[in-house]
Design a protein around this ligand. Structure first.
Ligand SMILES: [Zn+2]
Length: 133
C-alpha cells in the first residue's frame, strides 16, 4: 500500500475585525484587533476549511492585552436617548356639538290686530227744529 493520506487539523489565527475600544489595561481608547483562533482541517498540511472556533478575543494594540469580546461594551457612553414614541393625541377630538342652532324663537309681535277703533255708531243728530206751526 503506497497511498498515504496525511490529514489533520491546525489552529490558525484570523482577524475578524478591528476598531477602537476602551482598554481596561490602558485606561484609554486605543485601537484593537478582534482575533479568532480557528481550527482548520488540513490535508497534506494545507488548511482547507475551518472546522471550529477555538478562541475569540480582543487584543489591545497598545498594551497587547487580550480581553473577552464583552470588553467592547464596557466603558462606552450609554446609547439611545431621546427617541421615545411621539406624543399621541393632540387637538383632534370630536368637533363641539350644538352651538347656536336651536329652533327659531316663536311668536314675535304678530298678535291679532287691535279691535274696535273709535268708530262707534253715530246716533242722534240735531232733531226737531224750530218751526213751530
Ligand atoms: Zn491596552
Amino acid at each position: 500500500m503506497l497511498g498515504l493520506i496525511i490529514w489533520g487539523t491546525r489552529g490558525q489565527e484570523n482577524v475578524a475585525g478591528q476598531g477602537q475600544f476602551w482598554c481596561p489595561g490602558c485606561s484609554q481608547s486605543v485601537p484593537y484587533v478582534h482575533k479568532k483562533i480557528q481550527r482548520y482541517f488540513t490535508l497534506y498540511f494545507i488548511p482547507l476549511f475551518p472546522t471550529s472556533t477555538v478562541a475569540e478575543f480582543i487584543e489591545c494594540q497598545y498594551c497587547r492585552g487580550k480581553f473577552q469580546l464583552g470588553v467592547l461594551q464596557m466603558g462606552m457612553p450609554p446609547q439611545g436617548g431621546g427617541y421615545g414614541p411621539p406624543p399621541q393625541g393632540g387637538g383632534y377630538g370630536p368637533p363641539p356639538q350644538g352651538g347656536g342652532s336651536g329652533p327659531p324663537p316663536q311668536g314675535g309681535g304678530y298678535g291679532p290686530p287691535p279691535q274696535g277703533g273709535g268708530y262707534g255708531p253715530g246716533q242722534g243728530g240735531p232733531q226737531g227744529g224750530g218751526s213751530g206751526w
